[in-house]
Design a binder for this molecule. Structure first.
Ligand SMILES: [Zn+2]
Length: 159
């Protein structure tokens, strides 16, 4: 199973809904990555998501990585990214499942939200370096970066 196969097998919508997030008829849902959850600001496309509030952006793997605090490899596996299930792989999948369950409990936890913020900041910071300054892509990720920095300050103050 390649990551492209998995994207076909698991449409973005299905992955988002598997977390109990409701998507409305126009394809929008509440964003799980920022605290202003009064309006459905996240748009779910066929293969990716984008939040117009905080700028969170990515595909099914990014979504699972952020939601479950997994590495890309773990997210890939948890979405079924291997079909030869040897004993050690089965154990690894069990381990990932336990990690997912634990993370679900932690998701509302302040410390977890701060870690998530720091991760998003790293991701967006790397993204801004990829694009020429003031290009559309650069602005998109710079806005997202600024948002998460403000969010991090807000969360740190709450501590
Ligand atoms: Zn958002």
């Amino acid at each position: 199973m390649t990551s492209e196969d998995l994207k076909i097998l698991h449409p973005m919508k299905e992955v988002v809904e598997s977390y109990g997030i409701k998507i409305n008829r126009s394809g929008f849902c509440m964003c799980p990555f920022h605290h202003d959850n009064k309006s459905a600001s996240m748009k779910i496309y066929k293969d990716n998501f984008h939040c117009f509030g905080c700028g969170a952006d990515g595909d099914i793997f990014t979504f699972v990585m952020l939601m479950d605090n997994l590495t890309f490899k773990e997210a890939f596996k948890s979405l079924g990214g291997c079909y030869t299930h040897s004993f050690s792989e089965m154990r690894e999948i069990e381990k990932i499942k336990r990690k997912r369950a634990k993370t679900a409990e932690l998701r509302t936890d302040l410390k977890f939200r701060i870690t998530l913020c720091q991760k998003l900041i790293d991701i967006y910071r790397m993204q801004t370096l990829k694009y020429p300054p003031f290009s559309d892509e650069w602005c998109l990720h710079m806005n997202a970066l600024q948002y998460q920095i403000a969010e991090l300050e807000y969360l740190t103050d709450m501590r």
